[in-house]
Write a protein that binds this ligand. Sequence first.
Ligand SMILES: Cc1cc2nc3c(=O)[nH]c(=O)nc-3n(C[C@H](O)[C@H](O)[C@H](O)COP(=O)(O)O)c2cc1C
Length: 201
Amino acid sequence: MSEAQSNLISLGADFPVWDRFFQVFPLVIVGTREIDGTFDLAPKHMAMAMGWENHFGFVCCPTHGTYVNARREGAFTVSYPRPSQVLLASLAAAPRCEGDSKPSLALLETRPATRVDGVLLADAYLHFECETDRVIDDFGKNSLITGRIVEALVAEEAIRRADKDDEQVIFRAPLLAYVAPGRYAEISETFAFPFHAGFSR
Ligand SMILES: Cc1cc2nc3c(=O)[nH]c(=O)nc-3n(C[C@H](O)[C@H](O)[C@H](O)COP(=O)(O)O)c2cc1C
């Protein structure tokens, strides 16, 4: 073993490894329509683009309302909160009460989605409206829910434009990162990635 590797600690694979180190994720609020016509919002950090076209996916537990709703209704929304809205993400994960209700959602201001039957978190900087596509079960107790993005809405100050510097866009509209497990970060300082000359994706 090289000297550089000798200080590595093996975690094995008998138990889930994820609580033993930190990783960076986004933090989104997924919105779905409940069977009674009201709307549910729930935070997800295992959420990302599914490739370069307009597909989106997130990991969800089949016992969650979000999973059942997204399958049944065939649609979901995704809102990216700002760092100043981190408390709202926490409120959206409050335990359900009697009658399966989540009273904390009353504190989250929403506005209607435009292309699907859903709501978006007010003042978030980015939203996707999705039609549910494939749902892949049995990653242990979890599933992957994917959707086709049918509309994307970006706050004016957060959109990339040829006449605006990317660094300044992020500085003025900072991003919220979930640093799993259990921490978050406000990203306002970023650097251009050092792409190799001739790189192409
Ligand atoms: C910061 C944070 C991140 C979370 N990320 C996920 C996730 O990626 N996948 C998941 O299934 N649950 C995740 N959860 C838990 C659920 O979103 C949460 O239990 C929610 O209340 C489920 O609500 P629902 O039954 O209305 O869907 C997260 C919770 C928090 C607080």
